[in-house]
Design a protein around this ligand. Structure first.
Ligand SMILES: Cc1cc2nc3c(=O)[nH]c(=O)nc-3n(C[C@H](O)[C@H](O)[C@H](O)COP(=O)(O)OP(=O)(O)OC[C@H]3O[C@@H](n4cnc5c(N)ncnc54)[C@H](O)[C@@H]3O)c2cc1C
Ligand SMILES: NC(=O)c1ccc[n+]([C@@H]2O[C@H](COP(=O)([O-])OP(=O)(O)OC[C@H]3O[C@@H](n4cnc5c(N)ncnc54)[C@H](O)[C@@H]3O)[C@@H](O)[C@H]2O)c1
Length: 471
């Protein structure tokens, strides 16, 4: 039986970072994945396909140019599902090639097959060929990720009623779509399809969406969606999803309302892929959503040499954070020094328009009773915004009145997911409003919005401080 310092189950962002990190430290590492190619959900059905699809849609529709040329401007008329897939295939091939090469040059071994535990140090792999292989592991990283939640009563058929994996293989672009669930997946795809002129209705049982985002940013985002006729139906969930005799999909809401559309995207959450790991053999148990509990600093499960990282441990369930978790877990597993995960990480929502956030929202700051002031800049105030024809886009920063430190940065609009990193750096380096006031930014750029928002906040903070001194 082959023996490894680290055996990784799942080749998504957490698994691959962990394996490469262990190999860089001179350890032997094996990655097992049941998929036919490396990369995990991130490469095959999640992050990369959805972001490639978004980019294709923005390019082919001419979305970014409509501020200048009007809402009817199109780069390509009659966009087809094949148009959307063409770029996807090329991008995925490239991603897989890069990953394969990374494993090769770092001497990370790979096996394709289903893995499950036999005992705490032995893992059995069932290969496609039917062959069974067992390996010994000094340490194990469980990074098996999640799969879409598919209730048995929903009649999934991959075309009329689909989950987010199946959406990537649609034969034609639907004229209308009901999106069940206003989580990140639902909202990203709802807005991407709306940009393709699909009439979209979003259904969500809660009274609002994406509550972890600052309310002012969420409200601005929702107003932009409503302005282009995306229907946001909150406060009633989908009770029943059916295929009607006319070939369309029918969704009955918990308040009795009935909706009909050409297609339904069912995006009501995801389920950890732990059910086939035979966790009983190692004395571990997943929760009702298939997730594993870990130590938040070391990523050890209750069995010290078995680690878990990535979506299988739950929030924040991002490719970005999964990679860092995997790296930290691998360092700890092989006895190398590992830093704690950083306090502030960014969250990027690649909707149309995009949003990004880092640090505390205004609501959280109010709850904690911290005295604060906000600074806001609209992209249309920047020269770069004029050049790009931007009519929307907003950057908001929140500062402590006492220490002047940046507490949170929140952006909606073009480039939000790139711009956020300036705010993230200042946050993690404990910077203050003075950083934005005293530094020069490239001109013309959208990053200038930081300067404008910093000045906005600083002016009001100075006013409040001079009033306090006068009292
Ligand atoms: C539609 C969508 C869009 C997303 N967009 C973004 C985004 O823009 N930005 C972002 O940061 N994140 C995004 N995410 C989240 C991101 O994809 C995940 O956070 C990330 O993929 C999690 O990585 P992971 O390492 O946990 O493993 P995953 O990527 O989930 O991969 C797990 C792997 O484990 C394998 N596996 C499972 N069970 C077994 C077994 N028993 N034996 C062998 N192999 C097994 C699977 O085949 C799979 O390859 C998105 C997700 C989805 C679904
Ligand atoms: N850009 C990104 O970073 C990105 C993009 C996509 C996904 N992700 C990750 O993937 C994970 C999963 O995303 P998700 O959107 O599937 O899950 P989610 O759990 O965040 O959202 C599911 C939504 O469906 C709703 N819902 C549940 N039952 C419903 C019903 N019967 N009718 C209507 N709505 C219902 C829930 O209230 C919830 O709002 C997230 O945690 C996210 O971190 C990240």
């Amino acid at each position: 039986m082959d023996s490894y310092d680290l055996v990784v189950i799942g080749s998504g962002p957490a698994g691959r970072r962990a394996a490469v990190q262990a190999a860089k430290l001179g350890k032997t590492a094996l990655v097992i994945d049941k998929g036919s190619q490396v990369g995990g959900v991130s490469v095959h059905t999640g992050t990369i396909p959805s972001k490639t699809l978004r980019e294709t849609v923005l390019n082919l529709t001419g979305w970014r140019e409509r501020g200048f040329y009007g809402r009817s401007y199109r780069v390509k008329h009659k966009i087809t599902a094949d148009d959307l897939r063409a770029r996807l295939i090329k991008t995925l091939d490239y991603e897989i090639d890069v990953l394969e090469w990374q494993f090769e040059r770092n001497r990370v071994d790979q096996v394709r097959g289903f893995a499950h535990f036999v005992d705490p140090h032995t893992i059995e792999i069932e290969k496609d060929t039917g062959e069974i292989q067992r390996v010994h592991a000094e340490a194990v990283l469980v990074s098996v990720g999640t799969r879409p939640y598919r209730p048995p009563e929903v009649p999934f058929d991959g075309q009329t009623v689909m989950d987010s994996d199946e959406l990537l293989n649609i034969k034609s672009i639907p004229r209308s779509m009901i999106v069940v669930g206003a989580g990140v997946i639902g909202i990203e795809y709802a807005t991407i399809f709306s940009a393709l002129d699909t009439q979209v209705i979003v259904v969500e049982p809660r009274d609002s969406m994406l509550d972890f985002i600052d309310r002012e940013i969420r409200d601005n985002f929702a107003a932009q969606l409503r302005d282009r006729n995306v229907k946001l139906l909150f406060g009633a969930g989908a009770d029943k999803v059916e295929k009607a005799s006319n070939g369309k999909a029918r969704v009955t809401l918990s308040n009795g309302r009935v909706l009909m559309a050409e297609s339904v995207l069912f995006a009501a959450g995801r389920q950890g892929a732990t059910d086939t790991l035979n966790l009983e053999a190692v004395g571990l148990k997943a929760d009702h959503r298939g997730r594993l509990k870990v130590d938040p600093i070391t990523f050890q499960t209750d069995v010290p040499h078995i680690y878990a990282a990535g979506d299988v441990i739950g929030f924040p369930a991002l490719a970005s954070t999964s990679m860092e978790q995997g790296r930290i877990a691998a360092r700890h597993a092989v006895g190398a020094e590992a830093q704690e995960p950083p306090q502030f990480f960014p969250y990027g929502i690649y909707a149309v328009p995009e949003m990004s956030t880092c640090g505390m929202t205004e609501e959280e700051i109010q709850e904690r009773g911290i005295p604060y002031e906000c600074g806001v800049a609209f992209f249309r105030e920047t020269s770069r915004g004029h050049i790009m024809g931007l009519q929307n886009g907003l950057l908001k920063m929140i500062f402590s009145l006492k220490t002047h430190r940046l507490l949170g940065v929140h952006i909606v609009g073009e480039g939000a997911t790139e711009l956020i990193h300036i705010g993230q750096a200042v946050l993690n380096l404990k910077g203050t409003v003075e950083y934005f006031v005293e530094n020069t930014f490239n001109y013309p750029t959208l990053a200038e919005a930081y300067k404008i928002a910093g000045l906005d906040a600083s002016n009001r903070m100075a006013m409040l401080e001079s009033a306090d001194q006068g009292e």
